[in-house]
Design a binder for this molecule. Structure first.
Ligand code: GLU
Length: 515
């Protein structure tokens, strides 16, 4: 017996989850079509934990030639957040793991929003009422509150006392004719059977011994999660449910509903929690767990997916630099450990640097980056039109150094995109030989055109400028840096010349130094 601490509503409860040998059955029975779903509630924006669940579903579907479904569980109307539903699908698309069937894509099993499937839940609830597996509960909120308070006072876990199970047909019809409000509850049978979770192994939780009968249809006619997810998984032909481990405790309840409806349940695989590196909970209050934050701050989707799969679950080994294709190839549900996965977000810049370098290397991915950077630059420096060749050269030069493309928007790099305006007097005050220095470097640039490398430029600059009579080498460098960029500090002059290219460098030197 393994006691597990579970948060049920606002009460911590220890339940006995028995887990026996792990995974002795194959995760995909032969001949079975794989259909998996990611089923978030649009009560907030997609966060790292949600993205990881979606990703594992996607990987499992693609690995087995199956379908990945996005279903929005929007039945708790009071908690809906405007724009969240759209945002979730946008972010799956951004991450490169778009669903095959979804509210936006449509599909043969739609609609994919639970709020548009109410009839289906009602028909199912009616069926359960008819067979006696469910019943109407007329208990008032006041009575339920009283039950709860009494339990807490006695240091017990609040649970519904199943009173309305025992109403006679006559009592029910009297209450109905009086128009008394009611909910529908599922009658939990004692003795729930153990089930085999594909990650946690054999699991047994006799839910009826610790919980009251759950509401399946609320007073407003909307279903609760427990009914809706069973009905939809069944009608959408879901073969495997891969979801967060926090739902492991609810699975026995779901299996009892399947049993009452005489439906074949899907296979379950519960995914261990994703936590911070120090084992603390990823908090939604920290802005940086939302995927939009990463998308907007120049993070590459591949880098984020690589990082969140690099912390221990579902792969033969931890490895850095996997692309989505590699993740699909290497994914193995059987390798999911039951330990929580610890996410080290401090490593993200390093992952991003690696994936950015890879994208810069590939001609097709590089072309996309050029378009993206062009748009970002136009946004930052309103109305700026830049030559794509220039942008491409900068990306190639910065490959391996750059952690995020957005770094190129910082003031330090502004000289790459806009010509500085510098007072000539100021420049001339740096050296009496300003015009000569300019002319000399223009000559160096013209002569090195065929061997335009950092090394060659450094050598040539040094050998020519060290011979100046009235200007120290370091002052000449200061003058050149200022002429090229308007900045006093920054990369070496040779690096600036390399980044700007000979033509643009010559224009800037001639403008600034009248040479
Ligand atoms: N709507 C539930 C959630 O947001 C889905 C749980 C499940 O996958 O069954 O976590």
């Amino acid at each position: 017996m393994r006691p597990v601490l579970v948060r049920v509503k606002d009460v911590l409860r220890v339940v006995e989850l028995v887990t026996l040998p792990k995974r002795c059955c194959s995760s995909v029975p032969s001949g079975k079509e794989v259909r998996v779903r990611f089923a978030p509630s649009p009560t907030g924006f997609l966060h790292l934990g949600g993205l990881r669940t979606a990703l594992y579903n996607y990987l499992f579907a693609k690995k087995h030639g199956g379908s990945f479904i996005l279903r929005l569980e929007d039945t708790d109307r009071s908690r809906l957040v405007a724009g969240a539903a759209e945002g979730i699908e946008n972010m799956l698309e951004w991450a490169g793991i778009p669903p095959d069937e979804s509210p936006r894509q449509g599909g043969p099993y739609g609609p994919y929003e639970q709020s548009k499937r109410l009839d289906l839940y009602q028909v199912t609830a009616d069926k359960l009422l008819e067979s006696g597996a469910a019943y109407r509960c007329f208990c008032t909120p006041q009575r339920l509150e009283l039950l709860k308070r009494e339990a807490l006072r006695n240091r017990q876990t609040p649970r519904y006392d199943n009173r309305c199970r025992h109403l006679t047909a006559k009592q029910v019809s009297e209450k109905l004719s009086k128009g008394s409000p009611y909910v529908i509850r599922f009658h939990l049978q004692e003795g729930a059977q153990p089930f085999q979770d594909l990650v946690y192994g054999w699991t047994h939780h006799d839910v009826a011994s610790v919980e009251g009968d759950p509401v399946i249809i609320k007073g407003d006619g909307f279903p609760t999660y427990h009914l809706a997810n069973v009905v939809d998984d069944h009608h959408m032909g879901v073969s495997h449910v891969l979801r967060g481990a926090e739902w492991l405790i609810s699975t026995s309840k779901h299996l009892l509903i399947y049993q009452a409806l005489d439906w074949q349940p899907p296979l379950y695989a519960h995914l261990p929690l994703l936590l911070n590196k120090d084992g603390t909970k990823l908090s939604k209050r920290q802005g940086d767990i939302f995927i939009e934050h990463y998308a907007q701050s120049g993070c590459l989707a591949d880098a984020l997916l690589d990082l969140i799969t690099n912390c221990g679950s579902g792969f033969p080994e931890n490895q850095m630099g996997r692309t989505l294709d590699t993740l699909v190839n290497q994914y193995d549900l059987g390798k999911t450990s039951t330990h929580s996965a610890l996410l080290d977000l401090e490593k993200l810049p390093e992952f991003n640097r690696l994936h950015l370098a890879r994208s810069i290397d590939g001609p097709e991915t590089r072309a996309k980056l050029v378009v993206q950077l062009q748009a970002m630059l136009q946004d930052t420096y309103k109305g700026l039109e830049l030559d794509e060749g220039h942008i491409e050269r900068i990306l190639l030069l910065r490959k391996g150094h750059l952690c995020r493309m957005t770094d190129l928007l910082s003031p330090e790099y502004s000289y790459l995109w806009i010509r500085p305006s510098i007072s000539k007097q100021e420049l001339q005050s740096l050296s009496r030989e300003a015009a000569e220095i300019g002319a000399l470097v223009v000559r160096v640039l013209k002569e090195t055109c065929n061997d335009f490398t950092l090394e060659n430029l450094n050598n040539e600059l040094r050998s020519h400028l060290q011979q100046l009579k009235a200007t120290k080498y370091s002052s000449a460098m200061k003058l050149l840096r200022k002429s090229l960029s308007g900045q006093e500090h920054g990369p070496s002059v040779a690096e600036m010349l390399m980044s700007l290219g000979p033509q643009e460098s010559i224009i800037r030197l001639q403008n600034a130094l009248s040479c």
